[in-house]
Design a protein around this ligand. Sequence first.
Ligand code: LMR
Length: 333
Amino acid sequence: MKKLSSCFTTLALCSSLFSGFLHASECDPGERVVKFSHVTGGTTHPKVILINEFAANVNREMNGRLCVEVYPNSTLFGDSKELEALLLGDVQLLAPSIAKFGAFTDKYAVFDLPFLFKDLDQIIRFTKTPEAKDLLHVMEDSAGFVGLGYWMSGMKYFTANKPLLVPSDAKGLKIRVQSSTIAKGMIRAMGASPQVIAFSEVYGALQTGVVDGQENTWSNIYTQKFYEVQDSVTETNHQVLAYLFVTSADFLNSLSDEDRTQFLDLVDRATQSANKLVKEKDAVNRENILRAGGKINTLTPEQRAEWVNTMAPIWKEFEGSIGKDLIETAAGA
Ligand code: LMR
């Protein structure tokens, strides 16, 4: 079991725990090690908090059987490698942005359509529909990935080295995106050039001018300090950043029936906690940005309408592959 109590006696371990590193302690002999890798960091990010809480719960309640080791901040696998590592069995748990599964299914693009979800409550309601629950299993036969639940990071906003009040302000800029076809389409619709860059490299790319801007949540903009190397954040609310808490069928099938039941119960508790926690953390991180000297541009209704209109054609492009019914379920959630 994780010896969290050592945190109070060992300064180094303590500080690593508070920066999101929970793997500094050791699993006991005989415990099955379960590696949980992710790319986020800091202490106020909802994903960091949830993963650490989930690991602590498993390690306490399944003590002697399972031992979750957490690797934050791309320290074990970054964006480009983590899904491959899950396929290979080098890691058992991940929670990547759902936009990063485009190579495995077209269906998750529903989570990514610009201006489909107006707030976090709507997407959380959508994740509780039978249609969204079915989608947890959409990659099971093809890739052996099993979705365990949907977590949120927050709504997304654009940042750049100049204020972006309307989409055309981004004309000619290079904007970092995740590996998502929809995101690339959005950036092109703004007259800018999309650049796919791994999350761990975004700060450096913004700092050195490899890219001029990016789009992300308050939690990522704050904990990665993007506000330090950008002129301002524009409160576009154009998309959600949803995570898929995911494992492999191989891992789940390798557990005894009793362990699997208990593990899945802990998984569900983590998702319930995720739904409760995210809005509070989102708001805290927005405040943190302002307190740290970051600038936030709010939009007039006219400016906002320009963003919505610029991105509207993307829906048509993806309607066929996502399915009109699924989009309607999400829109009506
Ligand atoms: C990003 O790549 O911008 C995000 O998906 C990172 C994350 O996991 O929040």
